[in-house]
Design a protein around this ligand. Structure first.
Ligand code: CP3
Length: 354
């Protein structure tokens, strides 16, 4: 089936487009009243992820409101540790938690790689349901967490500010840490390949917490495993190479290393200037980003000024996918997203004039 809108895939391949494609991290979520209604119908957040019809419904909600150039699977990065039996649950207002955190060498050794088709079959069912519902309107992005980022949640047992337990494991017992990351890299590779078989047309790896590591620790404990995953990804059913985007939040100082993994694009948060990033790695990879999601709290004229500044920072020509530098906040006014889209659609064609 041919895509009706392939701007996003073209930009990832650094091919010319008529305007800068855009999608938003966490584009389906609590800032949308229609999401809150579907979530109430489903029960818990994980019930929503496990119900492929509802997961499909919420995936499409932001596309009904805004002229987005890609859909992203509605799911979560923590489905893998959940399938490993850690007992994921969400406490209202407190984020994710695990009943059985992984803190000892024995606990790490006891983990096994989930069978993606069997244990995470509900995710694959969501992917194929969304692909059919999209009917070629825009491409569908699949995703996973990076091994390091998954490990932070698994070892801490929850979100963390200081990463005390996971860093203790890393420095005290690096072999145990490597064993955990190795299991996770295998799990992520299988999981993304299953999403590709189910119909994902691009994949993103979220390394939300890579930026809390020192440079040598980042290279050894995060990047190395993402590189292994990139090398293990399969082609799609129709023989196409599926582009992969690596997003290390706060990873601005490691762009050359990240671009050297064989990935197709780098996701950037707002602390890295697109102009600098392009000068450093733009000959190798596409760049995705990087509006500070907090800009969306400001008035439409301020949003427009930031969109203009970011377009100007990347400059003319292909290879830019517009996005937020991190997930959209639940407190965002949906009308302000409209102002963001309007500004982008008005201003970006000038950067692609032949
Ligand atoms: O982008 C999308 O629209 C797809 C859906 C998506 C979700 N989580 C849905 C979600 C994606 C891509 C994620 C990725 C994710 N999940 C990451 C990496 C990206 C990032 O934000 O850094 C991380 C670290 C997680 C782990 C996670 N899941 C956290 C920390 C939380 C709580 C966050 C919060 O805002 O409360 C979740 C829950 C979650 N995942 C929600 C959504 C819409 C909110 C749950 C709800 O509806 O109650």
């Amino acid at each position: 089936m041919e895509l009706k809108n392939d701007r996003f895939l073209r930009a990832l391949a650094r091919q010319p487009v008529d305007r800068t494609p855009v999608w938003m991290m966490r584009q389906a979520g609590r800032y949308l009243p229609e999401y809150r209604a579907s979530r109430a119908d489903a029960g818990s957040f994980m019930d929503l992820c496990r119900n492929h019809d509802l997961a499909c419904e919420v995936t499409l909600q932001p596309l009904e409101r805004y002229p987005l150039d890609a859909a992203i699977l509605f799911s979560d990065i923590l489905t893998i540790p959940d399938a490993m039996g850690l007992g994921l649950y969400f406490e209202t207002g407190e984020g994710p938690k695990f009943r059985k955190p992984v803190r000892t060498p024995e606990a790490v050794a006891a983990l096994s790689v989930p069978d993606a088709e069997r244990d995470l079959g509900y995710v694959m069912k969501a992917v194929s349901t969304i692909r059919s519902a999209l009917d070629g309107r825009v491409p569908l992005i699949g995703f996973s967490g990076s091994p390091w980022t998954l490990a932070t949640y698994m070892v801490e047992g929850a979100s963390s500010k200081d990463f005390r337990h996971v860093k203790t494991m890393l420095y005290d017992t690096p072999d145990t840490m490597h064993q955990l990351l190795d299991t996770l890299a295998q799990a992520v590779t299988d999981y993304l390949n299953a999403q590709i078989r189910a119909g994902a047309q691009a994949v993103q790896i979220f390394d939300t917490w890579g930026g809390v590591l020192s440079t040598p620790a980042y290279l050894e404990f995060s990047l190395r495993y993402m590189e292994q995953i990139v090398a293990g990804l399969e082609r799609s059913q129709d023989g196409r190479k599926v582009p992969v985007i690596l997003f290390t939040k706060n990873g601005g100082q490691w762009l050359e290393h990240i671009a050297g993994t064989g990935c197709d694009a780098l996701g950037l948060d707002w602390t890295t200037e697109l102009a600098d990033a392009r000068a450093r790695v733009g000959h190798k990879v596409a760049l995705q980003g990087n509006l500070d999601p907090n800009v969306l709290f400001a008035k439409p004229s301020a949003i427009r000024a930031e969109v203009a500044r970011i377009l100007d920072s990347y400059g003319t020509g292909p290879g830019h996918v517009f996005n937020l530098g991190h997930g959209i906040s639940q407190f965002t006014d949906p009308q302000h997203v409209t102002a963001f889209m309007d500004a982008l659609h008005e201003l970006s064609p000038a950067y692609h004039a032949q």
